[in-house]
Design a protein around this ligand. Structure first.
Ligand code: SF4
Length: 218
């Protein structure tokens, strides 16, 4: 089968999953009374933990305009799910915090649709690890092409050391922040402790990560 034909099949499959996810997001939005953007902002604030983000951080992370973020945040404040507090780094600016009710709504918003968790059960450990590697490659490329906003990936983190271990003592990778080996399956797609590495460092880490994958596939 031609490579293009396979690519078309894969992209068609991805498109179907994307449609199902969009439909689930709108269904959930109708049920919860929140728009998908409002749900994403709640999930984003929750993921920041104690680091209360600003409105602009939410816009950047979700790839939406500041105006769209501002309208959605205004609605969340009006619903009593989010409050604005002084930013600890700049008292003149305000940061976003979830109320109790907002924490509950965020937990609901961050739950995966049941159809996806059911489908994930079909994958065994090796398939999940392979899937994670493929996702990382996709996200890395989309990020490099400017199609999605930068994600907080291990591979682009200043604390990440690719292929730092032989594998006998865990690894093969290493997180310098927690000073511990990282297995491939432990690589994070959205780590709150992520610190962006300099571009040449991130590129070297990516090359090392990709080389190992190529060696494993050959
Ligand atoms: S701090 Fe987080 S993103 Fe960075 S290497 Fe460690 S686990 Fe990965």
């Amino acid at each position: 089968m031609m490579a293009d034909e396979v690519s078309n099949k894969l992209l068609g499959g991805l498109n179907r999953i994307g449609l199902a996810m969009r439909s689930a997001a709108w269904g959930e939005a109708t049920e919860s009374g929140l728009t998908p953007t409002q749900s994403q902002i709640l999930a984003f604030i929750a993921a920041r933990g104690p680091h209360s983000p600003r409105s602009g951080d939410a816009a950047d992370a979700l790839g939406i305009t500041p105006q769209t973020a501002s309208v959605a945040i205004g609605a969340l404040v009006a619903k009593g799910l989010v409050i604005k507090v002084p930013d600890t780094n700049d008292r003149r600016a305000s940061a976003l915090r979830l109320t109790r009710q907002g924490e509950v709504a965020a937990r609901v918003a961050t739950q995966w649709p049941q159809f996806l968790t059911n489908a994930m059960q079909e994958l065994d450990g090796g398939e999940r690890e392979a899937f994670l590697r493929i996702l990382l490659k996709f996200i890395h490329r989309l990020q490099a092409d400017g199609e999605i906003v930068p994600q907080r990936l291990c591979i682009t983190c200043a604390h990440f050391q690719a292929n730092a271990h032989s594998g006998r003592n865990g690894g093969p990778h290493h997180c310098a922040l927690i000073n511990a080996p990282l297995a491939e399956i432990d690589l994070r797609l959205d780590c709150p402790e992520h610190r962006a590495a300099a571009s040449e460092v991130a590129e070297a880490a990516w090359q090392s990560f990709a080389r190992r994958g190529a060696a494993a596939e050959s």
